[in-house]
Unconditional design. Structure first.
Length: 557
């Protein structure tokens, strides 16, 4: 393969003298420009710990590319912190940012005619965005995750950002003092890296290794581990080998690879956001993947990893135990993965996982014959409230049935106010609507509300459903991504205070107990809500975004 299969158009020949002159103005030499041009998409931003250290890692990636015969050219994308914006207007930007990050990687790579690209990612949306861009362009490349944050320590216990969100509810309920809350917030996040449990960032990091777009073992090295710099440097040889082999993302992101990725989410009790992101990645790769496929894979996949938010351990513990390789080895021996799937190293998934090394007496990843739960954590519920489906995460600790009166809120803020002012009672079903991809817009996460519910002591007696999303740190009987959303005239728009709602996880059912005639009569009275934004990026997003059941991707009409 011509290693300068794209960049020759911008660097070679008499007519490109002006281009070369401009490259030389910033230090590139004739020798540099004779080599393949490798984009380094850096999602660094100074607003959050998740991506704060990525300048250092990108510098190492570039060193590795130069050492392997390429010329790196770094560029930035935007990023939004889910954790910091949670519960605010700013959270609407989070899912929107996934599309903008993917678009910006695509635009720079297409515009600058890079021959390959390394995407250096951190917080939640940067990871699927990178995979979406690679699949969309089918450009040789790979993804490197910046790594998990270390666990904090509070009164001798490991803590994460999840504990802070739940402490807000505990403080509102008078269970902890203002000083205790302040002390916890001071230690929960001890440095750079993405949120420490198997929340969305670490879930999607696991997905990238299992789907094959990240080299096995690279992502799970924690952010501030001394080995992370070497991992970043080694990306140079990986991406140059990908380019030499002519290996394309769509040869990696196949139906089998996507099923492997789903299995990794189910086996680790991962974030429900993975459903949204894997549907989006599949659509960019041209693979037919439906929301019901998640149920099928989850039902045959045991829960093996004892990770927060429902388990005992954090992502760094899983790395020390043996990492994604060990998890994959377990699942392969149970014939629960497609071992022949290719990875970015050009080795099969089975070949990569057979290199696993298990730490003696580790308790993070259970043996296949003694799983934490016989089926995975992802559950797709359907019924008259969610004809296109919705997503719940059942780790084994939650109730499997709940029946109670609806408490309806038109926004996350309304629901949060009700929780913290003690207006929610045991048995209630909180309904938060008009927070979907179009109606939000941006499908905000509800960690502030769900964390406050747990902190108030209602986690085992209250259920919640929403057309918005949940953080990977959410736990309890919660159903998100209810589709169709309220703004599209979904049945959730017809629910009123006091209606009886029933969850039945064993039957995969979410329903409101009124007749089709009542639903039809109420929907005849329904009018679409006025868009929250008439202009700007949110207005454009709302006009272009698809249903959550299709991955909430934007598309030309």
């Amino acid at each position: 393969m011509d290693l300068k299969h794209r960049s020759r158009e911008i660097t070679d020949g008499r007519d490109r003298a002006p281009s070369r002159a401009m490259f030389k103005a910033i230090g590139f030499t004739d020798d540099d420009l004779r080599k393949p041009l490798i984009g380094v998409a850096n999602t660094w931003i100074e607003t959050m710990p998740c991506n704060f250290h990525l300048r250092r890692l990108s510098a190492k990636v570039k060193e590795g590319i130069r050492a392997s015969g390429g010329t790196p050219m770094e560029f930035n994308t935007i990023a939004i912190s889910d954790g910091e914006t949670m519960g605010t207007e700013g959270m609407r930007a989070s899912l929107v940012s996934r599309e903008l990050i993917a678009d910006s990687i695509e635009l720079v790579c297409r515009g600058q005619l890079f021959d390959a690209v390394v995407c250096v990612v951190g917080c939640d949306k940067t990871i699927p965005a990178a995979a979406m861009a690679l699949a969309r362009m089918d450009l040789p490349g790979m993804v490197l995750y910046g790594g998990t944050i270390a666990a904090g320590s509070y009164r001798g216990e490991d803590v994460t950002i999840q504990d802070v969100f739940e402490a807000v509810g505990a403080n509102a309920a008078g269970k902890i003092t203002d000083q205790q809350l302040h002390d916890l917030e001071n230690v929960a996040c001890p440095g750079a890296g993405a949120c420490g449990g198997q929340y969305t960032a670490n879930t999607m990091s696991t997905v990238m290794e299992m789907i094959g777009l990240s080299p096995m073992g690279f992502n799970s090295v924690p952010a501030m581990d001394a080995a992370k710099d070497q991992v970043a440097f080694d990306c140079g040889s990986v991406v140059m080998n990908v380019l030499q082999q002519g290996l394309r993302p769509r040869e990696i992101v196949t139906r089998d690879a996507l099923e492997n990725a789903i299995a990794s989410v189910a086996a680790t009790g991962g974030s429900t956001n993975a459903v949204l992101h894997l549907l989006a990645i599949a659509r960019e790769a041209g693979v037919d993947l439906q929301i019901d496929d998640f149920q099928a894979v989850s039902e045959r996949t045991p829960l093996l990893a004892d990770l927060k938010p429902s388990g005992r351990f954090v992502a760094a513990d899983m790395h020390r135990a043996g990492g994604v390789r060990l998890l994959g080895q377990r699942l392969l021996r149970g014939k629960l993965l497609h071992g022949a799937a290719r990875t970015v190293t050009d080795r099969s998934l089975a070949d990569e996982c057979e290199k696993a090394s298990e730490t003696s007496a580790q308790e993070v990843i259970a043996p296949l014959e003694r799983p934490l739960k016989k089926t995975g954590g992802l559950v797709i519920l359907k019924g008259n409230l969610a004809p296109e489906g919705c997503v719940a995460k059942i780790s084994g600790h939650e109730r499997l049935e709940h029946r109670g009166p609806a408490r309806v809120f038109e926004s996350e803020e309304e629901a949060m106010a009700a929780v913290t002012s003690k207006r929610i009672k045991a048995g209630d079903v909180i309904v938060i609507r008009n927070e979907g991809p179009k109606g939000g817009p941006g499908m905000r996460e509800m960690l502030s509300v769900t964390g406050a519910i747990v902190g108030e002591g209602l986690g085992s007696s209250v259920a919640l459903l929403t057309d918005g999303r949940f953080s990977g740190a959410t736990h309890g009987l919660m159903a998100g991504h209810v589709s169709p959303e309220a703004a599209l005239g979904g049945p959730i728009a017809a629910v009123r205070d006091g209606d009886t709602i029933r969850f039945d996880v064993n039957r995969r059912l979410l329903e409101v107990e009124f007749s089709d005639e009542v639903l039809s009569a109420r929907m005849r009275e329904w009018k679409p809500p006025q868009p929250r934004y008439a202009t700007g990026v949110f207005a454009k997003y709302a006009a272009l975004v698809s249903s959550a059941s299709e991955g909430a991707v934007t598309r030309a009409r």
